[in-house]
Write a protein that binds this ligand. Structure first.
Ligand SMILES: Nc1ncnc2c1ncn2[C@@H]1O[C@H](COP(=O)(O)OP(=O)(O)O)[C@@H](O)[C@H]1O
Ligand SMILES: [Mg+2]
Length: 400
């Protein structure tokens, strides 16, 4: 397990508690370009820490399973585009308001922020928000993901090394195993670790105090979280798909960071076709940049965006190949539904949880798909869209 620590190489003005950057926790450039911080390395005096903690990260989490798995953009590239402060975080007005108030109140009381659960489809800014919260609190953020916390000592090692008020970010928190969850309960509630020492008749439970910390959990499937875990979060916030204007602002912000000249109409066209998702907006902008570079265009126009997105089979409403495959299977294979999730997933060769958490939400949001007790149904709007795309694919059209 590798712990990815963000920003620990940057100076902090309001660091709470003593500086946690010891020789064993200095960030290191890993092959992936991520900052890897072997938090609980040997020699840090943690009972639970062992050399086993210094294994490679357990793979990229849900993001890799998402609709954007095809994007080879390393996390380092994504990090460079993340807004760092609440004021730079575009859209999600309610989320920002709620968390902004909580951060301010917490800071004035000199406490750790209450535990935060962020849920919603991939690419909407959950990881970014965890980092923003740490930045606003003036503390470090430790980043890990549930699949990397396989053994009890993984999570114990993380917890005992937290400094007061630090943020521990656990991605894909619905995938925590039961043992890890049970270690988390007293840690979240009372900042206490209950450890069993010894075996059999000599086994005893020992309690270890922990520094007050903030757990930020992220999940694409809030419903998959166990009730006791969910109940221990003081703030539970859902991230929504972004509004057109916010997406346009995100595209323009990214264009600025990438030093691209982009027409307003081009930004709007990209905003319309990114599935309401900042990560996809940024990814599509990079594809457009490629087409512009190869074509020798200095300025990016709406026509160029359209041309590039057609090339990448992103249709007028932003649907990609997996969206269209799902609609096509429902329409052609089952007369539009209803079809159960498992059947659909099997037909598409997809994992049901990916389908439910990644592909379906945007189709539901567009009103192209409906979830009913008997299964999924394609709506009239969905049928009309598929028909329109098919018409474009006939000779004379461009879109497949
Ligand atoms: N509110 C926002 N404003 C600007 N950019 C954003 C915002 N939310 C997300 N992004 C961009 O989208 C990318 C993906 O966000 P991320 O936090 O990794 O999503 P999630 O963790 O929900 O899958 C980030 O690299 C960031 O550049
Ligand atoms: Mg994330």
């Amino acid at each position: 397990m590798a712990i990815i620590s963000s920003g620990s190489d940057r100076p902090r003005q309001h660091r709470a508690g003593p500086s946690p950057i010891g020789p064993a926790s200095r960030p290191d450039r890993a092959g992936s370009g991520r900052l890897v911080d072997p938090v609980a390395g040997p020699g840090e005096g943690s009972a639970a820490a062992g050399p086993g903690l210094l294994q490679p990260a357990a793979g990229a989490p849900a993001e890799a399973a998402g609709a954007d798995a095809s994007d080879a953009a390393g996390p380092g590239r994504e990090d460079s585009l993340r807004p760092r402060r609440l004021a730079d975080y575009i859209g999600q007005g309610e989320l920002k308001q709620v968390l902004g108030i909580a951060v301010e109140a917490t800071r004035s009381r000199g406490e750790a922020l209450d535990h935060v659960l962020l849920h919603g489809p991939p690419g909407l800014g959950k990881t970014t928000m965890a980092l923003v919260l740490a930045e606003e609190l003036g503390v470090r953020c430790r980043i890990t993901s549930a699949p990397a916390l396989e053994r009890p000592r993984d999570i114990v090692g993380l917890l005992v090394n937290l400094q007061p008020h630090e943020v521990l970010f656990i991605d894909e928190i619905h995938r925590l195993n039961r043992v890890a969850e049970e270690i988390l309960y007293p840690a979240m509630e009372d900042f206490r670790l209950d450890l069993t020492v010894g075996k059999g008749t000599t086994a005893r439970t020992r309690s270890l105090p922990l520094a007050p910390f903030t757990l930020v959990g992220a999940t694409t499937r809030a419903g998959a979280l166990s009730a006791p875990l969910r109940d221990r979060f003081g703030l539970i916030q859902r991230l929504e798909f972004y509004q057109l204007g916010d997406l346009q602002a995100i595209v323009e912000r990214t264009a600025g960071l990438l030093a691209l000249q982009l027409d307003t109409a081009a930004a709007l066209e990209l905003a319309r076709r990114c599935r309401g998702t900042p990560r996809i907006a940024n990814r599509l902008l990079r594809r457009v940049r490629d087409v512009a570079a190869v074509g020798g265009h200095g300025r990016i126009s709406a026509e160029l965006v359209d041309q590039a997105l057609r090339l990448h089979r992103v249709d007028a409403r932003g649907l990609d190949a997996s969206d269209r495959r799902l609609l096509a299977l429902l329409l052609e294979g089952y007369g539009g539904g209803p079809v159960g999730l498992e059947t659909l997933a099997a037909g598409l060769g997809e994992d049901p949880t990916t389908l439910e958490g990644v592909v379906e939400p945007y189709l539901l949001q567009l009103g192209f798909l409906q979830r009913t007790p008997r299964g999924r149904i394609v709506t009239e709007a969905g049928r009309a869209h598929v028909a329109a795309v098919a018409a474009m694919a006939t000779p004379g059209g461009h879109q497949k």
